[in-house]
Design a binder for this molecule. Structure first.
Ligand code: ADP
Ligand code: ASP
Ligand code: MG
Length: 407
C-alpha cells in the first residue's frame, strides 16, 4: 500500500464534469489499495476573476483581505470534489489549509509554509477516507488566512507529501509531463521522462510555470519523489530526480521563457563609484525585485544602466527611476514592456564550452537582436523583443537537437 499525494490544477477541475472525472480517477487509485491525499486548485479562471474583482474595488488591495478573497476559490473545489466522491460511495473529507494547520509566515499573498499538522490527515487515511486539502492556502500563527503565491497549490501538495512522508507526489495537469519547452509554443517539444531537481528549478525560475518554483525547491530539499502527469491521459509523465551521472547528459535539457518581465534604462548617469547602488537601492527598498542588470562601459564620464523587473511592477519602478534620474541629473529614463526573456537550461553545459556562442549564432541567423544577456553554470538567458518569442524558441529547440534527443 502506497501513500500518494495527487494534485489537480485549475483546468483539471474547471467544470463539474471534470471534477467528477477527477473523483473517478482518485477513487480508482484508492481501489488499487493506495491511501490518497488530494490537493486541488480553484476552477480555471477563478483566481484571475477574484483578482479582477479586487482590482475593481482597490488599486492596491490590502494583502490580508486579498488572501481572504483568493482562498475562496479552492474552498469551492474541495467541497465539490468531496461531494463527487460521496456520489461514488467513496468516503472523503475536505479541509481548508487552516483546518489541517498548514502554518505559514505572515507574508500575505506570498506566504511560506512553516509546518503542517499531519495527525488529522493520518487519522482520516487510517479510517479509509480520502483526504482533500485546499491548495494555495494556509494560516498564520495569528489565525489569519494566507496564500502561497500564484501556482501555490503545487507547493501545498509537495509540503503535504513531505509532512506525510508520502511515496510520491503526483502533479496532475493539462500536459502529460515536463517538456523540453512549452508545447504551446513549440509543438515539436518532447516530453522528458526524467529531469533533475536542479534543472527543473532553473526551468521554473526562468518562467516554465508547469511547476511553482517553491514546490521544486521544497521537493529537492526534502527529497520528495515528484512526478508531473496528465489528468486526462494515462502515462508515466515526468519524474523529477536527483542528478544521475550514469547517463550522459545532453548539453541542453530545455528552453524556458518569461513574458512577465519589463526593461528599464537610466541613461547618462555619472560614472562614479556607488552609482549602481544609488540607482538600485531605492528600487530594492520599494520591494521591487530586479532580475538582470547591465551597466555599459562609460564614455565621456557617464554611463547607462539597464535592468529588468516583473511586469506588474514596471510602472512603479519607472516612476521611482524617474525620481532617481531627476535627483542625480541623469539624461533620461527609457522603458519597454515588449520584451521576453528566453533561457536555455542544462546541467550538461558544465562540461561543454561555447554553448553561449552557439545560442547567439542561432539567434543572429534568424536576425534576432539580443538586448541583454546573463549566464550561470547551467543556464544562459537573453532578452529579446517579444515578437521573436516563437521564432527564437523554435530555432533554438532545433539547433540544440531537443526534438531528437534519446529518452
Ligand atoms: P495547472 O493549472 O494544472 O497548475 P499550469 O497552467 O500551472 O497548470 O501548468 C501547465 C502548463 O504549463 C501547460 O499547459 C503548459 O502550457 C505550461 N508549460 C510551460 N512550460 C512547460 C514545459 N516545459 N513543459 C510542460 N508544460 C509547460
Ligand atoms: N488558484 C491559484 C492560482 O491560480 C493556485 C494554483 O492554482 O496553484 O494561482
Ligand atoms: Mg500550476
Amino acid at each position: 500500500m502506497a501513500l500518494l499525494v495527487h494534485k489537480y490544477g485549475g483546468t483539471s477541475v474547471g467544470t463539474a464534469e471534470r471534477i467528477q472525472q477527477v473523483a473517478r480517477k482518485v477513487a480508482a487509485a484508492r481501489a488499487n489499495g493506495d491511501q490518497i491525499v488530494v490537493v486541488v486548485s480553484a476552477m480555471s479562471g477563478e483566481t484571475n476573476r477574484l483578482v479582477g474583482l479586487a482590482a475593481a474595488i482597490s488599486e492596491r488591495p490590502i494583502p490580508r483581505e486579498m488572501d481572504v478573497l483568493l482562498s475562496t476559490g479552492e474552498q469551492v473545489t474541495i467541497a465539490l470534489l468531496s461531494m463527487a466522491l460521496h456520489e461514488l460511495e467513496v468516503p472523503a473529507r475536505s479541509y481548508t489549509g487552516g483546518q489541517v494547520r498548514i502554518l505559514t509566515d505572515t507574508a500575505h499573498t506570498k506566504a511560506r509554509i512553516q509546518s503542517i499538522d499531519a495527525a488529522q490527515i493520518r487519522g482520516d487515511l487510517d479510517a479509509g477516507r480520502i483526504v482533500i486539502v485546499a491548495g494555495f492556502q494556509g494560516v498564520s500563527e495569528q489565525g489569519d488566512i494566507t496564500t502561497l503565491g500564484r501556482g501555490g497549490s503545487d507547493t501545498t501538495a509537495v509540503a503535504l507529501a513531505a509532512a506525510l512522508n508520502a511515496d510520491e507526489c503526483q502533479i496532475y495537469t493539462d500536459v502529460d509531463g515536463v517538456y523540453t519547452t512549452d508545447p504551446r509554443v513549440e509543438p515539436k517539444a518532447r516530453r522528458m521522462p526524467r529531469i533533475t531537481f536542479e534543472e527543473m528549478l532553473e526551468m521554473a525560475s526562468l518562467g516554465s510555470k508547469v511547476l511553482q518554483i517553491r514546490a521544486v525547491e521544497f521537493a529537492g530539499k526534502y527529497q520528495v519523489p515528484l512526478r508531473v502527469l496528465s489528468t486526462f491521459e494515462d502515462g508515466p509523465g515526468t519524474l523529477i530526480t536527483l542528478e544521475e551521472d550514469s547517463v550522459e547528459q545532453p548539453i541542453i535539457s530545455g528552453i524556458a521563457f518569461n513574458r512577465d518581465e519589463a526593461q528599464l534604462t537610466i541613461k547618462g548617469v555619472p560614472d562614479s563609484p556607488g552609482i549602481a547602488a544609488a540607482v538600485l537601492s531605492p528600487i530594492g527598498e520599494a520591494n521591487i525585485e530586479v532580475d538582470m542588470i547591465v551597466q555599459n562601459v562609460a564614455s565621456d564620464g557617464s554611463t547607462d544602466l539597464t535592468f529588468t523587473v516583473n511586469r506588474p511592477e514596471y510602472e512603479r519602478a519607472k516612476e521611482l527611476l524617474q525620481q532617481i534620474a531627476n535627483t542625480m541629473g541623469a539624461r533620461e529614463v527609457l522603458g519597454s514592456v515588449d520584451i521576453v526573456k528566453i533561457s536555455v537550461v542544462g546541467v550538461g553545459m558544465r562540461s561543454h564550452a561555447n554553448v553561449a556562442g552557439r545560442m547567439f549564432a542561432v539567434l543572429a541567423e534568424e536576425g534576432i537582436n539580443i538586448r541583454l544577456i546573463s549566464t550561470s553554470e547551467i543556464k544562459i538567458s537573453v532578452v529579446v523583443e517579444d515578437k521573436y518569442l516563437e521564432l527564437a524558441v523554435r530555432a533554438l529547440h532545433r539547433a540544440f537537437d531537443l526534438e531528437a534527443s534519446p529518452e
